[in-house]
Design a protein around this ligand. Structure first.
Ligand code: CP
Length: 314
């Protein structure tokens, strides 16, 4: 894995390596090493992704640089491409990028010599959210095989849905979709079920935020959305006792989910946020290792790395 631009590029081996590494970070088993510079280039708003990347970078001992589009030379007309190239030129070791363009990775991935992490590309990809969701599901069920996951909500505008559906399917989960007719994306091959069927039969109810900022074509109202299509308190009672609720957040309380369910026994919404830090530590570590920018920092493997180097077996 040279960059993390799409979940489709992450092999199953790398997914399980990331799940293990994130869990080891969670248990504090791994020390951080020498300082590197990570630049966080967010051209769209973010709370969780940007700040959890920054927390992860600090835990790894990185110098973490924040970028503010509104006070940058973007305001003087500097392009996205030139902004990215500038970060590389001034010494960034790693870039974390979010941009509204669905296809921004294609504009830069072959033109920089440092790893790039996709922190959100338009409506198409949010791979780090996907990987932290995978961690949360795996820690709950210990497997993906035959875990029934319903992705529910504004599917057509959701990069989270697009990243998660295929990754979950690839790992053996049974993926279902549930959405109001105006939020359905019929390019997916997964079956649509009603929200009532989803809550009765699924192990994971993965809710999506209504993405008002991406509704350039959709002008419909969302009156009675919770009652018709959302996870209401009544539907919460119909869930399997072992089932969990996920939501990438930010949450529209009482729109896609009843406010009381956000912090309910079955909700893992805040666990997802905590897991985001450890998964992002794992992703950055793996990428820097792949590029040879940072040596292995698990103590046993580092010793092995030294031994191999001394014996010339590398
Ligand atoms: N889940 C997520 O991407 O949240 P932010 O937009 O706050 O980063």
């Amino acid at each position: 894995m040279r960059h993390l631009l799409s979940v489709q590029d992450v092999s199953e081996n790398d997914i399980f390596a990331l799940l293990q590494l994130a869990t080891e970070f969670q248990k504090n088993k791994i020390n951080s090493v020498n300082q590197k510079i990570a630049v966080n280039l967010f051209f769209e708003p973010s709370t969780r992704t940007k700040l959890s990347f920054m927390v992860a970078q600090k835990k790894l001992g990185f110098e973490s640089l924040d970028f503010h589009q509104e006070t940058s030379s973007v305001q003087k007309g500097e392009s996205f491409y030139d902004t990215v190239k500038t970060m590389e030129a001034i010494g960034a070791d790693l870039l974390v990028i979010r941009h509204e363009d669905d296809h921004w990775p294609d504009r830069v991935k072959d033109h920089v010599s440092i790893p790039i992490i996709n922190a959100g590309a338009g409506k198409i990809e949010h791979p780090t959210q996907c990987l932290l969701d995978l961690l949360t599901i795996y820690q709950e069920f210990g497997t993906f095989q035959n875990v029934r996951v319903a992705i529910v909500g504004d599917i057509i505008h959701s990069r989270v849905a697009h990243s998660n559906a295929d990754a979950l399917h690839r790992l053996g989960a049974d993926v279902y979709l549930s959405a109001a007719p105006y939020f359905q994306d019929n390019t997916f091959s997964y079956p649509y079920i009603t929200i009532d069927e989803a809550v009765r039969t699924c192990d994971v109810i993965m809710l999506l935020r209504i993405q008002h900022e991406r509704h350039d074509c959709f002008t419909g109202g969302i009156e009675n959305y919770l009652e018709q299509y959302g996870l209401s308190e009544e539907r919460g009672k119909e869930m399997k006792k072992s089932a969990i609720i996920l939501h990438p957040a930010p949450v529209n309380r009482d729109v896609e989910i009843a406010s009381n369910l956000v912090e309910s026994r079955q909700s893992r919404i805040f666990k997802q946020m905590s897991n985001g830090v450890y998964m992002r530590m794992a992703i950055m570590t793996l990428l820097l290792q792949e590029w040879g920018i940072k040596h292995e920092n698990i103590i046993e493997k580092r010793q092995q790395f030294r031994t191999n180097k001394q014996t010339g077996t590398m």
